[in-house]
Design a binder for this molecule. Structure first.
Ligand code: ADP
Length: 463
């Protein structure tokens, strides 16, 4: 099994190897195209000057130039002299290989300059630095009536000063290739982790189908595999949970209806006060339970990703007015004054779902209002959205409480009102979000609460 650790080591070595090869090829290219020629012409110049000095000595025998060439070699050169008659002389550091090619002999025979490095067939610069006689430059000179060939090359110490530029190139190339390689590899390593983070975020949004597409055999591959298994398991659990709530809520409905029916029937009977109170409680509690199961059913069906929205042209103003009309008797009962500003406004939406929103907001505004309080509903339309506000002069909430009211089953004070379920506002938020809208709340204790809803127009009609 490939471990991430081993992968990292192999990749680092590979990057290093590749960068060295690339850098070497680059340095070799720089040497072959410019440095080699420069070294060659420098050497030829030195050799020619030495040869002309020898000729100007006007001596007749080789004995006179040995001292001179010996002192030249001490300046950092290796020198080899070959005479027409085949006599050989060597000065300075000895050559490791005395392989003078036939071409070099033309220096004596035809007085032609020999370029040992330049004429070399090897494409690699290292072969030019080896301590061989073939890697010299050759120039002719004559002493008396004897022709000679002078073969010269700087020793490696001197040559090094020329190649330091090449080493600089080598270093730059290695650095560039290694840095690029490491960056690329790190990116390749991080990419699946970024994907996993995204998938985790999707899970919090109840999307269990985020595709990972990570096909690796290392630890990250294993993590991705376990993650995919977890996605499937979570999806399965989520579906099981929803279908459980669905089934239970359904199964609760019919016995509750029976209880309510019998309670209604009992209320018509002649009962003493104590028993009438009991029946009243049974009636109220069964209604609350029935309401809770209905809300649970609605919430679980809204939770399904493919909730079938029945969109149609919806008149928001008419819907809200209708809701107010339905709650008129409760408003009168609590002596709450209601006013509204509802100019005509149409939108493409699911009318039944939106009706649930207005109903919930108005019920809350009545339920959590002060006696003789007030409610104000306003609608304002812009080019992009319809803004609806429900403002009440009720008991209000603290900032901390207001931040939690859209959570399921959250109630500010469960004992304060018995007929609540804590599900109404989470349903409202869900519906608004299904319509790509937004809901916000502002509240102050004992002053009142304002809910603001923004429903976008364009996004809706596009869909
Ligand atoms: P409930 O069935 O309890 O009304 P909701 O989800 O509709 O459930 O509301 C959650 C909680 O938010 C309520 O229990 C209540 O405490 C608080 N709340 C909602 N609307 C208002 C309002 N207009 N004024 C004050 N408190 C409110």
């Amino acid at each position: 099994m490939k471990t991430l650790y081993r992968k990292f080591i192999i990749a680092t070595l590979l990057i290093l190897g590749i960068s060295i090869v690339i850098a070497f090829i680059l340095a070799n290219w720089v040497y072959m195209t410019s440095t080699k020629e420069r070294i060659d012409s420098q050497n030829v110049k030195v050799a020619e000057e030495v040869a002309s000095s020898l000729e100007q000595m006007h001596s007749t025998s080789h004995l006179s130039f040995t001292g001179y060439l010996d002192s030249i070699s001490k300046l950092g050169y290796q020198i080899y002299v070959l005479s027409e008659s085949g006599e050989e002389f060597e000065f300075g550091e000895p050559f490791s290989k005395k392989n003078l090619p036939a071409e070099a002999k033309r220096v004596i025979e035809q007085k032609k300059i020999y370029h040992g490095m330049d004429s070399s067939a090897s494409p690699w610069m290292m072969s030019h630095f080896s301590n061989q006689l073939g890697n010299t430059v050759g120039v002719p000179f004559t002493i008396g009536d004897e022709d000679y060939g002078l073969y010269l090359r700087p020793n490696n110490k001197l040559l090094f000063s020329d190649v330091h530029v090449i080493f600089a190139w080598f270093f730059v190339a290695v650095s560039i290739v290694s840095i690029t390689g490491v960056i690329w590899f790190a990116k390749h390593l991080i990419q699946p982790i970024t994907k996993l983070t995204e998938a985790t975020r999707e899970i919090t949004r109840e999307n269990f189908n985020f595709p990972l597409n990570i096909h690796r055999k290392d630890e990250i591959g294993q993590l991705a595999e376990s993650f995919s298994t977890m996605q499937v398991q979570l999806q399965h659990n989520d579906e099981a949970r929803k279908s459980f709530i669905n089934n239970v809520s359904h199964d609760f409905q019919s016995p509750l209806m029976n209880i309510q029916g019998y309670a209604e029937l009992l209320k018509t009977q002649a009962l003493d006060d104590e028993h009438r109170e009991y029946v009243e409680i049974i009636d109220q509690e069964s209604k609350r339970l029935s309401n809770l199961t209905k809300q649970l059913l609605l919430l679980t069906s809204l939770d399904q990703k493919s909730y079938p929205m029945k969109r149609g042209i919806t008149r928001i103003d008419t819907q809200i007015k209708e809701t107010v009309r339905r709650h008129q008797w409760r408003l009168e009962e609590k002596e709450i004054e209601i006013s509204y500003h509802l100019p005509p406004a149409t939108i493409l939406a699911d009318p039944e779902l939106l009706m649930t929103v207005w109903d919930n907001l108005l019920t809350n505004a009545i339920k959590y209002n002060q006696p003789e309080g007030s409610i104000f509903i306003q609608l304002a339309q812009t080019d992009e959205a319809i803004n609806i506000t429900f403002k009440d002069s009720g008991i209000g909430m603290s900032l901390d409480q207001a931040s939690k009211i859209f959570e399921r089953f959250y109630r500010v004070d469960a004992a304060r009102k018995k007929d609540g379920t804590g599900l109404g506002l989470s349903i409202v938020k869900h519906i608004i979000e299904l319509h790509n809208g937004k809901i916000e709340v502002e509240s102050e204790i004992q002053k009142g609460t304002t809910f603001t809803i923004k429903l976008p127009i364009e996004k809706q009609t596009e869909e």
